[in-house]
Ligand binder design. Structure first.
Ligand SMILES: [Ca+2]
Ligand SMILES: [Ca+2]
Ligand SMILES: [Ca+2]
Length: 353
């Protein structure tokens, strides 16, 4: 019996500054320009920006013009490139203009004039045609080779080379990492690029896949379940689990569905055995059937868009099976089951919802 309490009092630590600024989320090209004479095109598809031109001879630019503050220390973007690129972040500093230059190289090449050259890693890994997230501390990158300088403003983001970019933002560290506003850790946020903990438990497993992919609409990596509709069942076993230490524990997840689905929470209760809460895209709750409570998330949950759901498992069991069984204090969840081809992200639990 594994009961892990993940209530670390994090709210007080990360007292929630949702101050990240997203400069480009890939939904429009409005503020982007081709700034070189060479031909180039900027388009969007599936919620990401796509640049196509004559390789590094074509440059694409976004004006940012943001006064630099403590909450801008980190800059982050997602990128998918299979050919060479150079990215410049133009800064105004106390010593004039500086460009932080990011390239697919292992080594940093130091400062030369206004240019501070930083390597993003081995080109084979960076240019593998897959989505990667770049997270940089601008101040650290500047001061590494220009130690007595300070940033005044972030002026521009410039890209040379054809490829795709999404979710360009600045923020503090806790804005940039995908920590939720409540400050609780995710049991799954897919940012580790793995499907650890996920498996197919029913249906033709050779006709179904679980993949960790970048979702341009969500601006984030997600877990994508793809099989034969509700005939395929998937499970997620959380290494940490959720211990219901009170009726105020909520459980949340983000989901995108365009077809019928069922999401099951499996709840181990000390006094009353195993219980399930089954969430389906119905407008009504259908109540108890055996050891399962059936709750509707509404037909709108199949609209093909991302939605966040937060539920109170202990309260639901108490309401349908009786509050005298201690569901809110001596129960825990380690496993979720899913049926249907849907995408999932950001599974976590919060106290005092
Ligand atoms: Ca994971
Ligand atoms: Ca996007
Ligand atoms: Ca994610």
């Amino acid at each position: 019996m594994k009961k892990l309490l993940i209530l670390l009092g994090l709210t007080s630590v990360f007292s929630i500054s949702a101050s990240a600024v997203v400069f480009s989320d890939g939904t429009n090209v409005d503020d982007w320009r081709v700034y070189t004479d060479t031909a180039g095109e900027i388009t969007t598809h599936d919620g990401v920006l796509s640049f196509s031109g004559e390789g590094k001879a074509t440059g694409y630019r976004l004006d940012i013009n943001k006064k630099y503050g403590a909450s801008d220390a980190f800059i982050s973007w997602y990128m998918k490139y299979s050919e060479n690129f150079t990215i410049y972040v133009r800064l105004t500093t106390e010593k004039g203009v500086r460009y932080i230059v990011y390239t697919p190289r292992v080594d940093d090449r130091g400062i030369s004039g206004e240019f501070i050259k930083i390597g993003l890693g081995d080109s084979k890994a960076v240019l593998d045609g897959k989505w990667h997230r770049v997270v940089r501390n601008l101040e650290e990158d500047l001061k590494k080779f220009d130690p007595d300088n300070n940033i005044i403003s972030i002026d521009r983001f410039l890209v040379r080379g054809s490829g795709e970019i999404d979710k360009l933002q600045t923020g503090s560290y806790y804005d940039i990492v995908d920590i939720n506003y409540e400050g609780y850790p995710y049991a799954e946020d897919a940012e580790d690029e793995t499907i650890d903990g996920w498996s197919i438990y029913s249906g033709n497993s050779d006709k179904a896949t679980i993949t960790n992919v970048y979702d341009g609409d969500k601006n984030s990596r997600v877990i994508k379940l793809d099989g034969q509709g509700k005939a395929t069942g998937y499970r997620f076993d959380s290494p940490d689990g959720i211990y219901l230490s009170g009726y105020d524990i909520r459980m949340c997840w983000d989901m995108k569905a365009s077809e019928d689905y069922t999401v099951y929470l499996r709840i181990e209760t000390e006094q009353d055995g195993r219980k399930y809460i089954a969430y389906t895209p119905r407008d009504e709750n259908r109540g108890v059937s055996g050891n399962t409570v059936r709750i509707g998330l509404g037909k709108g949950s199949m609209d093909g868009k991302w939605h966040k759901y937060c539920v109170d498992p202990g309260m639901v069991l108490g309401e349908y099976f009786g509050y005298d069984k201690g569901y809110g204090t001596n129960s825990w969840i380690e496993t979720m089951f899913f049926r249907g081809s849907i995408s999932i992200d950001n599974i976590y639990d919060i106290a005092d919802g």
